[in-house]
Design a binder for this molecule. Structure first.
Ligand code: SF4
Length: 168
């Protein structure tokens, strides 16, 4: 049986970055050493990185309850709390951003489709507002698709607003 592991020093970064944890877990699931690796990481009290198909959050939660060494248990519990606090902060930031965006949209609503035509100055103002909302969302880390969805415009319109903003 081929006992070669799926990770190596050149892929180490993949196993220690939160954004690539899912990909690292996938590699572990195809690794013949997975069970032994997971046990070793738990016993060794590893607080960081994906090991044996287990994320640091999963392993810390396990270690906080079951590790025989009280120091490792305490450190794991602190890590679990830190992750919870970070997630909560990011949820609050998201909520505030969405509230700000909604306020902007309420202050500058899209025109109702009553068949009324608005003048060129009104249209230009509206385009400027959309462009600034789009820039704010992109700066906050949203993808262009998410921004278009949030502003209820097509990707093409988003592109138009952004090039308008760049040209201005
Ligand atoms: S199970 Fe362990 S040895 Fe295998 S790829 Fe994952 S981290 Fe590497």
């Amino acid at each position: 049986m081929n006992k070669s592991r799926q990770c190596n020093p050149s892929s180490a970064e993949l196993f220690f970055r939160a954004q690539s944890a899912g990909r690292a877990v996938e590699l572990c699931l195809n690794c013949p050493l997975m069970i032994d690796c997971r046990e070793a990481a738990r016993e060794g009290g590893y607080h960081y990185g994906v090991w044996g198909g287990e994320t640091p959050e999963e392993r810390n939660a396990w270690m906080a309850e079951h590790h025989p060494d009280p120091e490792v248990r305490e450190e794991a519990a602190r890590e679990v709390e830190r992750v919870v606090r970070t997630r909560e902060r990011s949820r609050v930031a998201d909520r505030n951003r969405n509230a700000r965006l909604k306020q902007n949209l309420l202050k500058n609503p899209r025109p109702a489709s009553t068949g009324q035509r608005s003048g060129p100055v009104v249209q230009r103002d509206r385009a400027d507002q959309r462009a600034s909302q789009a820039r704010e969302l992109l700066a906050a880390g949203r993808t262009p698709n998410e921004v278009a969805e949030e502003l209820r415009i097509s990707r093409r319109s988003l592109q138009r607003y952004l090039s308008r903003a760049t040209a201005a």
